[in-house]
Design a protein around this ligand. Structure first.
Ligand SMILES: CC(C)(COP(=O)(O)OP(=O)(O)OC[C@H]1O[C@@H](n2cnc3c(N)ncnc32)[C@H](O)[C@@H]1OP(=O)(O)O)[C@@H](O)C(=O)NCCC(=O)NCCS
Length: 264
């Protein structure tokens, strides 16, 4: 086990964001690449589409820098092990948990110093219409009914919330898409406050204690991001931007957001 950081703050959950576009700068790109392990380098090289390559590099450099901000290793020294469904964790264990997501040019990395399971998902807000097209396959009957009752202007917003929250939840569980998304429901308890999803309902066979999860969504730079954490392990969500992600681990913007279930 790595030594634990004696100054860890278990009351804050950390969300780091990085833009793949920053790696159009060759120096930044080289700095990021120098942090990757051999395996990561090999995976990075296998991407044929340049945008996907850049996004992968931004995400994995961001992860390493973010972990080093709270842990005791330099970015290039982190090693990872994955569970049976592919969820990575630091190897050996050091009390830090994380989850990574990248989509449409933004990479996000959620870090908990409280040993709590976490999940994160990011989608460009512009993808709401694409999500709407496949909603019937992934949303539960309860969610569909709630969607049908929403006024049209609120619907796209709800699609984004549901999609990202479901992904963040299955990622927090570490089980990926082996969990049936249509048996997991994020619901609003108060129809007068339509945008606010306050309750998670899951078949007992899939999750005997869904109340242990706290969750929220937020908008950042044109993206919807969902965050799910176990046991309300953190009271605050600290959102940071790392630009460029690997040249320096110092974030240029810090926003302390009231964490759970903010109104939009
Ligand atoms: C995990 C999963 C939900 C990712 O969804 P996605 O929307 O494509 O990707 P995201 O950008 O949000 O997240 C990707 C990151 O999540 C992490 N991840 C991978 N598997 C994960 C899992 N089971 N749970 C949580 N996080 C996982 C990785 O860090 C990954 O980053 P990388 O691909 O750059 O290494 C999806 O790929 C999945 O369900 N995988 C499960 C596969 C499985 O069950 N395999 C069984 C063994 S064959």
């Amino acid at each position: 086990m790595h030594p634990r950081n004696p100054y860890r703050n278990t009351n804050i959950l950390h969300l780091w964001c990085a833009h793949a576009g920053d790696l159009l700068d060759e120096e930044a790109s080289r700095a990021c690449a120098s942090l990757l392990s051999e395996d990561e380098c090999a995976r990075w090289q296998r991407f044929r589409v340049e945008r996907a390559r850049r996004e992968y590099l931004a995400a994995h450099a961001l992860l390493r820098n973010a972990l080093s901000h709270y842990g005791t290793l330099p970015p290039q020294d982190w090693r990872f092990k994955s569970n049976a469904h592919g969820k990575p964790a630091p190897d050996p264990d050091c009390g830090l948990r994380f989850n990574l997501s990248h989509s449409g040019g933004l990479a996000v990395c959620l870090v908990s110093e409280a040993d709590a399971h976490v999940g994160v998902d990011v989608e460009p807000a512009a993808r709401a219409n694409q999500i709407a097209a496949v909603a019937h396959k992934v949303f539960s009957p309860h969610e569909q009914a709630a969607l049908d009752a929403l006024p049209a202007p609120d619907k796209l917003n709800r699609y984004l919330d549901l999609w990202t929250l479901k992904e963040a939840y299955v990622k927090a569980r570490g089980l990926g898409f082996s969990l049936p998304l249509d048996r997991i429901s994020f619901l609003s308890d108060n129809p007068d406050r339509a945008p606010r999803l306050a309750r998670l309902a899951v078949d007992a066979a899939l999750d005997p204690d869904p109340d242990r999860w706290s969750f929220t969504t937020l908008d950042h730079a044109g993206y919807r991001i969902a965050v799910v954490v176990e046991n309300a392990a953190a009271g605050l969500l600290d959102v940071r931007e790392a630009r460029p992600p690997a040249a320096t681990a110092i974030p240029v913007a810090t926003l302390l957001a009231p964490a759970w279930l903010p109104d939009r």
